[in-house]
Design a protein around this ligand. Structure first.
Ligand code: AMP
Ligand code: MG
Length: 396
């Protein structure tokens, strides 16, 4: 048996990043992986500006309070005023540039304006309510680095420095198929002995959440030739093939011989629970990952193995962040294999565990918001600190 780390290391050493890039509108770039850095050619904000609606003043003009000054100009956002006449105040609005000479803004709630006069009821410190030029970004700053998967806020940051287009890696094309004579699609009646193909819905969503382009070949019966045909068809149109089921070594498991006939294959037994078997190989030069059929095993092996493989190939470089959290339960069944247990955060900041950890119980995955990574032969007592992998991290 391989350890989780050994399997991951082997997998990642075979993951070649896609090198093709394309230019996309910044507005449409969320979810894509940035390929070149974004450097700012401006300061953000470009000028000192007001943080409030109020009055821009020179603090030397307010020796004590209350002080009444003449309002000598009005500056709205988008306008540029003139130098502030000494002994006067400028009416100013949020985001408007601070006029030369002014060194503070007093919020309007602390002022009484009558006609062209304003009475200031507070002595502001210098710099009050002024956002200095460049506090967010300075000209020449690298605002985004390659390898980041762009969230809306990254696109906004690029836009804030005036970048209209971004260079991103092309999307990874992933072909999928689902082996099993027992599989039926929702919408069809369920004959005795058959089950619905839930993995197809899971895998599609998982891949799309990672920004992959999915080419779904559907259900493949448990038959060697059909499985071989599915593999070659998948290889002709994808950067990666992911299948579900058929990777055990029963006589109805045809994935192994089919991949061997069309390419090369390693069948790994990984010392983990759920999801012991995982197949990895190449078909006509295209990497192949065979996930186990049990839905929970399929999910867990996807997020722990297929996902990092995909990230590497997408050019992504973020590390997986895990949390150290308190277990609010006892776990008394030690396992010889490292376990990834479905758990979720409770209102007290600790973790609860789903009562049924069987690898066929898909409900556990919908209930959970993370996996506890529990070492082999390790019992958990209430109050222990455990390693928690949030699904929010694992599914994006
Ligand atoms: P296998 O890995 O093919 O031996 O399948 C292991 C278990 O997972 C069996 O109980 C299968 O019926 C079930 N299974 C296989 N494929 C799927 C699927 N696509 N959706 C739901 N369950 C599946
Ligand atoms: Mg099967």
């Amino acid at each position: 048996m391989l350890s989780v780390e050994q399997a991951l290391e082997r997998l990642l050493s075979a993951a070649q990043p896609v090198t093709d890039v394309e230019s996309v509108d910044t507005m449409l770039a969320a979810g894509r992986v940035l390929a070149t850095e974004v450097v700012s050619s401006i300061d953000v904000p470009p000028l000192d500006n007001s943080q409030m609606d109020g009055y821009a003043v020179r603090t030397v003009d307010i020796p004590d309070v209350p002080t009444t000054l003449r309002i000598s100009q009005r500056i709205a956002a988008g306008q540029v005023g003139v130098a502030l006449e000494p002994g006067t105040a400028a009416r100013i609005f949020t985001g408007a540039p601070i006029p030369a000479g002014a060194d503070a803004v007093i919020m309007q709630e602390k002022c009484d304006a009558v006609g062209d006069k304003v009475t200031l009821n507070e002595q502001p410190p210098r710099g009050e309510a002024i956002r200095k030029a460049g506090i967010d970004i300075a000209r020449g700053d690298v605002v985004l680095k390659p390898g980041v998967r762009l969230k809306p806020q990254h696109c906004a940051l690029a836009a804030s420095v005036g970048t209209a287009r971004l260079t991103v890696y092309r999307r990874l094309r992933v072909a999928t198929f689902f082996t099993g004579d027992e599989l039926v699609m929702p919408g069809e009646p369920l004959p005795p002995g058959r089950i619905y193909n839930s993995n197809r819905f899971m895998l599609r969503g998982l891949l799309e959440s990672l920004g992959c382009e999915v080419n779904d070949l559907g259900i493949v019966p448990d038959d060697l030739q059909t499985t071989r045909d599915a593999l070659t068809s998948a290889a002709s149109r994808a950067d990666l093939i992911v299948s579900s089921g058929g990777v055990s070594v029963g006589e109805e498991d045809h994935v192994k011989p089919a991949v061997q006939a069309e390419g090369t294959l390693d069948l790994w037994q990984i010392a983990m629970k759920p999801g012991k078997p995982l197949a990895f190989g190449h078909v006509r030069g295209v990497p192949f990952i065979g996930l186990p059929g049990n839905p929970v095993s399929s999910f867990v092996t996807f997020v722990l193995f297929a996902r990092p493989f995909i990230l590497r190939r997408q050019g992504r470089s973020e590390p997986l962040r895990t949390l150290a959290l308190r277990a609010d339960f006892d776990w008394r069944q030690s396992s010889r294999r490292r376990e990834f247990m479905r758990a979720r955060l409770n209102d007290n900041g600790g973790l609860d565990i789903f009562p049924n950890q069987n690898s066929s119980v898909l409900t556990s995955v919908t209930w959970a918001d993370g996996l506890i990574d529990n070492p082999s032969e390790h019992l958990i007592h209430t109050g222990d600190i455990v390693r928690f992998l949030p699904l929010a991290e694992l599914q994006s």
